[in-house]
Write a protein that binds this ligand. Structure first.
Ligand code: PMP
Length: 351
């Protein structure tokens, strides 16, 4: 019988319990669909596609539109099937056997998982007790492991913490290889590392259409980085990996930038309301620059609280068994009605 590589056989894989519930606040998705004009415009685009032909292999129209959004040319943009595929392509290109990446835990689990699947060694650094980067630890990990890629996540999933510009600049000065700043939640945060990207800096910023653009179903993500890096990645990614429908969906979505920005502003405001509601309950919570909030019931077991919420038809992310996050739960900012339902359910469970 064929068996997977021994390191893959030992892996746990990606697990995120799903359930049919009234209030789904576990995946950091947008609580609302794209604007009303999106679907008719996309339908028009789909009707004019040459379905018998392969798509634009370089996805030039989409990359140009993304570049316009950020004030860079298409040659500084690489797009893929979700930002996870962007991260995977980075690991395939710059990681692999004999190379390492550095991560600072707790952080987005897929950084180390994807690196390992690509055969890369993962050097794990610890964050400070408040989940901020610890400069001495960063220096130690980078000096010891000399990583080909150093992963940061800002705002960090699942803590919600925004890395400081000072920290990112300092890591750029220390890291021997590429620095990846995963900004899947970047639009919710007060600053972005996008301004630090140029052809002379080994830095990429990854973004996604899954959250702020209300398009998790489409699986579309991208990075902005140096031109030479985009050329490297294009040698590695499979030919025609981005289908024509997805390219069209991305181009059409970008026509609704004002609506996206209004949606983000609304969610940031709602995040404040949700955090204030949580602050009135018997939980510890962490400040968030994203569309989710990490909290920990002070006197109750995390698993029990998670189950109690599920019994009241509210699904949140249960982080309580994750290393360094004992007893923690993560809630996505939803609509006002969803968040009120959650707060009422939590109040009951904690009572
Ligand atoms: N990075 C981070 C930090 C995330 O939280 C997520 C989604 N959970 C992703 C990347 C992947 O997003 P997608 O593949 O949907 O673009």
């Amino acid at each position: 019988m064929i068996r997977p590589r021994s390191d893959i056989a030992l892996m746990a894989g990606y697990h995120s319990p799903q359930a049919e519930v009234a209030v789904r606040l576990n995946n950091n998705e947008s609580p609302v669909p794209p604007p009303a004009g999106f679907l008719p415009a996309l339908t028009d685009e789909l009707a004019s596609l040459s379905w018998n032909r392969y798509p634009d292999r370089a996805a030039l129209g989409l990359r140009r539109a993304i570049g316009d959004l950020h004030g860079v040319g298409p040659d500084q943009v690489f797009a893929a099937n979700g930002s996870n595929e962007v991260l995977q392509t980075l690991c395939l290109t710059y990681g692999g056997s004999g190379r390492s990446v550095a991560v600072f835990e707790p952080t987005y689990a897929l950084h180390s998982h994807i690196a390992r699947v690509c055969g890369t060694t993962v050097a794990v650094g610890e964050r400070a007790p408040d989940f901020a980067l610890d400069r001495a630890e960063v220096r130690r990990v980078l000096a010891d492991s000399k990583p080909a890629i150093t992963f940061l996540c800002s705002p960090n999933n699942p803590t919600g913490m925004v890395e400081t510009e000072d920290d990112v600049r300092s890591i750029l000065g220390l890291a021997p290889g590429l620095v990846v700043v995963d900004e899947a939640y970047g639009q919710f945060a007060p600053w972005s590392a996008l301004d630090l990207v140029d052809d002379d800096t080994p830095l990429v910023v990854t973004r996604t259409f899954s959250k702020t653009w209300s398009m998790a179903a489409a699986r579309l993500g991208y990075l902005v980085g140096p031109t030479w890096l985009v050329e490297d990645l294009s040698k590695v990614v499979l030919p025609y990996h981005l289908d024509a429908a997805k390219q069209a969906a991305g181009r059409v979505a970008l026509r609704f930038r004002d609506e996206m920005e209004a949606r983000v502003a609304g969610l940031v405001e709602e995040r404040g309301r949700l955090a204030a509601g949580l602050g009135d309950l018997d939980v510890d919570l962490w400040p968030s620059g994203a569309n989710f909030v990490l909290f920990r019931p002070r006197r109750r077991d995390g698993d029990e609280v998670w189950q109690g919420l599920l019994d009241r038809s509210v699904l949140v992310r249960n982080c309580s068994g994750w290393p360094r996050l004992q007893g923690c739960l993560r809630i996505t900012v939803g609509t006002q009605a969803e968040d009120d339902h959650f707060l009422a359910a939590l109040r009951e469970v904690l009572a």
